[in-house]
Design a protein around this ligand. Sequence first.
Ligand SMILES: [Fe+2]
Ligand SMILES: [Fe+2]
Length: 219
Amino acid sequence: MSTDLLPNAGNDLLRIHKAITRALDVSLQNSQGTDLAEGHQQGFVTYVRALTILLHSHHAGEDELSFPFWRTRLPAGPFDELSEQHRQIVLCLNQVERWLEGVQAPWQAGAQSELHHTLTDLWTLWQTHIALEEATIGPENSRQYLTPAENEQLSRQLAEHGQTHAQPSELVMPFIVYNLSGADRAEYVKLLPPVMLQQLIPFAWRAAWAPMMPFLLAE
Ligand SMILES: [Fe+2]
Ligand SMILES: [Fe+2]
């Protein structure tokens, strides 16, 4: 079997990083310059809130599951530095959350500029962080240092951890799915329970995530 077809927890890492990177891009673009149309402001607040929740839960999965496991395989790996980067990102997220709590749609012209400034700092921290993280626990090292069974187990544990911690699910799970496209989305949804894909996201949860649609990729 080609090694590309074997379970690889590093590929899951790249995929979730892609969803977060796209969401950061979209949040940066929409907090820049001219103000958002009033009709989209509340959806934008919901979208950025989902991004902050996802970042917290993604870091928690790494701090609680990935890094402790990887330390046993790469004892000299930069895990203290990666965790410190998480703490720096959390400081930025706290500022984003304060902005989200304080703003009310419709907001005054220019109210987004403070958010944009913080998101710009967050973007820089995020790029530095994922470069180091992907070089440490990305696909290459996952293939080299973990067996296929260990990759599969780590993937499953992280997926379950994410689904438990990224709350409310009705906001964050569709947020991840629709910040991915094509093959990335097809691979990501394989880790979700069928009921979530077939019933919850398209129907029961739709009203919760629909306001974010202007900022998501098409269904
Ligand atoms: Fe991380
Ligand atoms: Fe990460």
